[in-house]
Design a protein around this ligand. Structure first.
Ligand SMILES: [Zn+2]
Length: 53
């Protein structure tokens, strides 16, 4: 069975000073906040997918 309505995406946003912020949004509509590193954002995305909330 593969049934998941949670697929979290990381998107990067240029900050204008050479830095990026990474925000995480899930397909369920939940915003998971923004992070200063891509790895942090990705781990938040995975945690949400696993937890389902
Ligand atoms: Zn979700």
């Amino acid at each position: 069975m593969f049934r998941s309505s949670h697929h979290a995406y990381v998107s990067s946003h240029p900050q204008g000073n050479g830095r990026y912020s990474y925000s995480v949004t899930c397909s369920c509509g939940t915003g998971l906040g923004s992070y200063s590193s891509k790895s942090s954002a990705q781990s938040a995305a995975r945690q949400h997918e696993k937890a389902g909330k």
